[in-house]
Ligand binder design. Structure first.
Ligand SMILES: Cc1cc2nc3c(=O)[nH]c(=O)nc-3n(C[C@H](O)[C@H](O)[C@H](O)COP(=O)(O)OP(=O)(O)OC[C@H]3O[C@@H](n4cnc5c(N)ncnc54)[C@H](O)[C@@H]3O)c2cc1C
Length: 459
């Protein structure tokens, strides 16, 4: 049967768009389908930050880095992983990935040096100046359009087509208006992201965060896992996810983690601190979740002023999500908390920050704390951003069976594939892990799929 496309890409986030561009530029014909009526997925909601070690942008900024150092950072942060070879490969190709983004795609990215990143020992994130993932997606979309690659919005894959020999040969597609069609392709790349928007899969694989609000795009409903299981694919790192410990409540926007990293603290509804906030915005999510009710971030004017460089924080403050009080007791009253308990928690935190006594929860980095003068308070709840578990793939994104053999013609990348953040929990997530897998593995899968097409045609 004559295929409709050499390479069919399912999903138009950073992974799918990167895969499409790489495959097209290798000389094969490519088509992208996207189930929603707009492209971008979670990639649009992210900060667009892609980590790379040894990039020319780092060299120009005088940052000394290496794949070895990056790998050591990821392994320290993530711990044991089901896919060590994949982590190594994405690290080794990370500089090539961001340079390809800048040169072949024309993405407007630069090295971020302004602030520290969770899990990284040196500045390594390459992002749009706006820090908006939408800008990265727009650049990828422009590159797709310039190349004339067809992108069909509102066309969701409803099933993969088995080829009768254990592999795949395309997908069944359903449009938003309910029309159905079948697309035959030599290779299929699953770029559908993870399963954070699928409550059943979250309860099954990430129970500790089950019940948290999901803050990602609504397309992440876990088809890669569901279809992979049907085809007999292996799954990896299924318990790992990226959370956010401080979503403002009830406003629903993110309270900038700068407020905590620069010395803020978090208390629960009884006015007590309950952990070491320096675990990071993702790593601290289960601690906040375990309180079972909204918590409260507290910081001072100096910290407020640093966070005020960030647009979203200023908006939150302007909309009344951040309230000011002259004393800890005043803050407590703003939210109906016990003034004595809040005062005691702030005093004890400040003693630890001054070095007068060890912190009860082992926090060592207090940045600008002890907290001084008038204080700010923001009610927060935990959120789920995306899952980091998915299909086990080889170094080029080929989907694998438990015996390590590939499922013929099927590739996966980004959130559809097993990720870089260790096997389980929220603490293994280093900034940029999601997009490195999306752009880096998307590109590699696109190249490998195109190579397979060309090799077969030449045979
Ligand atoms: C608020 C937020 C902030 C984040 N910040 C960062 C960050 O700074 N750095 C970082 O590295 N990561 C970050 N992440 C995670 C990162 O966004 C994701 O890991 C990454 O975007 C995944 O890319 P993707 O292409 O795999 O998925 P997506 O970008 O989600 O794209 C998948 C696409 O597939 C489509 N799709 C799904 N199912 C089907 C189907 N059956 N048929 C057709 N199409 C389908 C979806 O609609 C979607 O458009 C953040 C996530 C969130 C939610």
């Amino acid at each position: 049967m004559q295929p409709d496309a050499d390479v069919l890409i399912i999903g138009a986030g950073a992974c799918g768009l990167a895969a499409a561009i790489a495959a097209h530029d290798s000389g094969v014909n490519v088509a992208i389908i996207e189930k929603l009526d707009r492209p971008g997925g979670n990639s649009s909601l992210s900060t667009g930050s892609v980590p790379a070690a040894g990039s020319r942008f780092q060299r120009e900024a005088g940052v000394v880095d290496s794949p070895e150092q990056f790998l050591a950072d990821l392994m320290r942060t993530g711990g044991a992983t089901d896919c060590p070879d994949l982590v190594r490969r994405l690290v080794d190709t990370s500089a090539a990935t961001v340079e390809w983004l800048a040169d072949a795609v024309g993405a407007r990215i630069a090295l971020v040096t302004a602030y520290k990143h969770i899990g990284h020992t040196v500045p390594r994130l390459h992002a749009p100046a706006s820090r908006r993932g939408q800008d990265l997606v727009d650049d990828l979309l422009r590159a797709v359009e310039t190349r004339g690659i067809p992108l069909a919005l509102g066309n969701g894959a409803s099933a993969l087509l088995p080829d009768g020999r254990g592999g795949v040969m395309g997908a069944d597609v359903e449009t938003i208006s309910g029309e159905r069609q079948r697309i035959i392709a030599r290779k299929v790349i699953l770029a559908v992201n993870g399963f954070a928007g699928n409550r059943d899969l979250i309860a099954r694989f990430c129970p500790e965060i089950s019940g948290a609000q999901y803050f990602g795009a609504r397309g992440s409903t876990g088809e890669a896992v569901l279809w992979g299981e049907q085809l007999g694919a292996a799954l990896g790192n299924m318990g790992a996810y990226q959370g956010y410990a401080a979503v403002s409540d009830p406003h629903g926007s993110l309270l900038s983690w700068t407020t905590i990293e620069k010395g803020g603290m978090i208390i629960n509804g009884t006015g007590d601190r309950f952990g070491d906030e320096s675990a990071g915005y993702s790593g601290y999510t289960p601690n906040v979740m375990a309180q079972g009710a909204p918590c409260f971030a507290i910081f001072d004017q100096r910290i407020f002023d640093v966070a005020a460089d960030e647009e979203e924080f200023v908006e939150l403050a302007n909309y009344g999500g951040v309230k000011k009080g002259a004393t800890p007791a005043d803050l407590a009253r703003l939210h109906g908390l016990d003034p004595d308990a809040v005062t005691a928690s702030v005093e004890s935190y400040n003693k630890a920050a001054r070095g007068d006594e060890p912190d009860a929860f082992g926090r060592r980095d207090f940045a600008l704390a002890p907290l001084k003068g008038a204080l700010y308070i923001c009610r927060v709840v935990p959120g789920l951003f995306h899952t980091q578990g998915g299909l086990m793939v080889d170094d080029d994104g080929r989907v694998l069976r438990p015996n390590g053999r590939p499922i013929a013609n099927l590739f996966a990348g980004g959130g559809a594939a097993a990720g870089l953040s260790g096997r389980t929990g929220a603490s293994g997530y280093a900034s940029g892990n999601g997009l490195l897998s999306a752009v880096g593995l998307g590109r590699l899968a696109g190249l490998a799929a195109a190579d397979e097409v060309k090799t077969r045609s030449a045979a």
